[in-house]
Design a protein around this ligand. Structure first.
Ligand code: UDX
Ligand code: UDX
Ligand code: ADP
Length: 473
């Protein structure tokens, strides 16, 4: 079937950019992105593309080019489903916060609702594509629901996991390493797969478009994220050893990454990985393994999360220890809140957890992030439920100026690797801080030697640090 009309349910970090790029590359296809959230849809339709709900380099121009031509954002979910030949499901699948599988399994409530809505509304045959990250065998549940419509409408379910990374979403979508499409091995399944292959083949070389059965595709998404996260936890584990042995984790990364069997990417030691996928997908993998009785497999992958939690806690405790074992009433300036640079997304950001530890120690936390709003920062903290919202507002404040945030601070903590942090006037910042002025660089972003020359005491991840208490400026 030649597809001319697509709908995507869910206008978030995945659905929005993915559909914008498909619309840009395939002007002959009408792409409608729908969401229940009216505010979000209004923001996608804002004439000022700086106000789009998702910040991604290059996304504004693409939306501007395609919006109103063949890219539409709407809250009319039923209408869009009815009209489309192919429906992408791109709604959130958070970790369950209640009941069976609490804290581990994925909450498929929203996926199921979508499937029921598609079943109810459709009057012509449809291809339903899972785009959100889902636990393996979710397609079975979707198929089950779609099968019993009684309307004679035929559905094919495909899995087409998203591998874009936030902050580089547009480039990842325009030039992906690979596209993965899983479908039913039947002739009808093959036709459905081919319809989706044809869309991507408009701009992606066909040797990069992999087709598999549905279950391999679903599982590959979880496994890809688990492997990536595992590399970070592995290098973070080594970073702690480096701090004890005077090895330097950046040098170790370079040395091991030069082995082509290992490769250089995803070996950057940090305050810990965040984002909406890594933790959730590994917990899913662990939960699924455990539900099949595979204890060793589950424990093996769970260790990646345990190490990541350790790294975040270790970073916070190191700040406390270096400020003479108390940060009570001390001003700690946070540079960065997003889980990585070039995004306004904060889901599972290490900064949230580091702030939480420091607030437990009664620190006075001041935050600056170039793209994250005050509202979001408080929402992240409140979501943890560690203390009353009032106390969060008392203990932490958000300041929209990096120089103000650092003024009179006892210490600076770098939580996100925003490029602009490197170019600040560090002499000016040093002059405005309390002495000894300390920097805890959770991203190994700043030039430590230059900062030390100014007079800062710098603690980087994964290198033996200059004995801080002997140098008092
Ligand atoms: C290894 C390192 O590769 C080498 O750099 C180091 O200097 C010495 O240790 P070696 O033990 O000779 O070399 O062989 P290698 O090819 O690494 O294989 C080790 C084991 O892993 C073998 O039993 C091999 O069969 C197994 N293997 C390797 C797998 O099971 N799967 C793989 O994908 C790769
Ligand atoms: C990830 C996967 O990369 C992507 O393929 C998948 O579709 C969704 O999940 P994303 O979470 O957007 O993408 O960002 P990613 O670049 O993978 O970074 C995740 C976290 O790991 C960030 O907090 C980042 O700062 C951290 N990280 C990454 C490190 O700490 N060190 C590294 O070397 C790389
Ligand atoms: P992701 O990172 O996976 O894109 P987001 O949370 O950014 O996740 O986006 C998911 C979007 O899906 C949200 O905007 C949410 O309002 C929307 N959504 C969830 N359930 C439904 C539904 N049944 N119908 C339409 N939109 C939905």
């Amino acid at each position: 079937m030649k597809i001319t009309s697509i709908c995507c349910i869910g206008a978030g970090y995945v659905g929005g950019p993915t559909m914008a790029v498909i619309a840009k590359q395939c002007p002959h296809i009408k792409v409608t992105v729908v969401d229940l959230n009216e505010v979000r849809i209004a923001a996608w339709n804002d004439p000022d593309v700086d106000k789009l709900p998702v910040y991604e380099p290059g996304l504004g121009e693409i939306v501007k080019e395609a919006r109103g031509r063949n890219l539409f954002f709407s809250t009319d979910v039923d209408g869009a489903i009815e009209e489309a030949q192919m429906i992408f499901i791109s709604v959130n699948t958070p970790t369950k916060t209640y009941g069976l599988g609490k804290g581990m399994g994925a909450d498929l409530k929203w996926i199921e609702l979508c499937a029921r809505q598609i079943a109810r509304v459709s009057t012509s045959n449809k291809i339903v594509v899972e785009k959100s990250t889902l636990p393996v065998r979710t397609a079975e549940a979707i198929k089950d629901i779609l099968q019993y419509t009684g309307s004679g409408v035929q559905f094919q379910v495909l899995s087409n996991p998203e591998f874009l990374a936030e902050g580089t979403a547009v480039d990842d979508l325009l030039m992906p390493d690979r596209v993965l499409i899983g479908g039913d091995p039947s002739p009808e399944g093959g036709d459905a797969i081919q319809s989706l292959v044809d869309i991507y083949a408009t701009w992606i070389p066909t040797d990069r478009i992999l087709t598999t059965n549905v279950w391999s595709s679903e599982l590959s998404k979880l496994v890809a994220n688990a492997f990536l996260a595992q590399r970070i936890s592995s290098i973070n584990a080594i970073s702690e050893l480096c701090e004890k042995t005077e090895a330097d984790v950046n040098e170790v990364s370079r040395a091991i990454g030069a082995d082509s069997r290992i490769g250089p990417k995803f070996l950057k030691a940090s305050v810990g990985f965040g984002g909406s996928c890594f933790q959730k997908d590994i917990l899913n993998l662990v939960y699924i393994s455990r539900s099949f009785g595979l204890t060793e497999v589950a424990d093996y992958w769970e260790q990646v999360i345990i190490m990541n939690d350790h790294q975040k806690r270790r970073f916070a405790l190191n700040i406390v220890r270096n400020l003479y074992n108390t940060v009570s009433g001390k001003k700690i300036a946070f540079l960065g809140w997003a889980f990585k640079k070039d995004t306004n997304d904060t889901r599972e950001s290490a900064a949230i957890y580091v702030a939480d530890y420091l607030l437990n120690e009664q620190a006075d936390v001041k935050v600056f992030d170039p793209k994250v709003s005050e509202k979001q920062i408080y929402a992240d903290l409140d979501y943890l439920g560690s203390r009353d919202p009032d106390q969060n507002r008392l203990g932490l404040s958000v300041i929209n100026d990096p120089y103000e945030v650092c003024k009179n601070a006892h210490a600076i903590a770098v939580l996100t690797e925003w490029d602009e942090f490197k170019d600040y006037d560090w002499q000016r910042i040093y002059d405005s801080m309390l002495k000894p002025a300390k920097i805890f660089d959770g991203r190994n972003l700043l030039n430590a030697q230059r900062l030390r020359d100014i007079g800062f005491i710098v603690q980087s991840i994964g290198s033996a640090n200059v004995k801080s208490h002997t140098v008092i400026a």
